[in-house]
Design a protein around this ligand. Structure first.
Ligand SMILES: [Zn+2]
Length: 137
């Protein structure tokens, strides 16, 4: 099941996609249908991070499709027109990558914070020249 936890972020991604495809009515309708399907039937959509693709069980046609940049449906294989599966795969991929980056950014912040010296004065002292025995290092 597909989980879009950050609805505001997803809406922003959809808005950008619709703006970018303003001159391509077929993509616009594919994007709109994808969004409706995501809202209505997330339980029939699976995101596969390894292949950056989706698997969707289309309830209208009762077909299962796999899509990323390509798709195995008739719209793509026979007529080579934008299908909502590809639009959906792209929207979800952008969303998932954005979420990944956010998570990575959080980890980076956490690491930076955890490396902040507790006792700066003490750390500074260790940075000055040290001696082991009689040898300066
Ligand atoms: Zn398709």
């Amino acid at each position: 099941m597909l989980a879009i936890n950050n609805q505001a972020k997803f809406k922003e991604i959809v808005k950008n996609a619709l703006a970018k495809s303003a001159n391509f009515p077929r993509w616009q309708s594919a994007i709109n249908k994808a969004v409706v399907q995501i809202q209505l039937q997330p339980e029939f959509i699976t995101w596969l991070p390894e292949t950056k693709s989706i698997v969707i069980w289309n309830q209208e046609s009762n077909h299962v499709h796999s899509a990323n940049g390509v798709c195995d449906c008739l719209a793509f294989t026979k007529y080579n027109v934008p299908c909502f599966h590809r639009a959906m795969a792209r929207l979800i991929r952008i969303y998932m990558e954005t979420e990944e980056q956010n998570n990575r950014a959080d980890i980076t912040d956490w690491r930076t914070e955890s490396q902040t010296p507790y006792f700066p004065a003490q750390l500074q002292r260790t940075r000055s020249t040290e001696t082991i025995g009689k040898v300066r290092i």
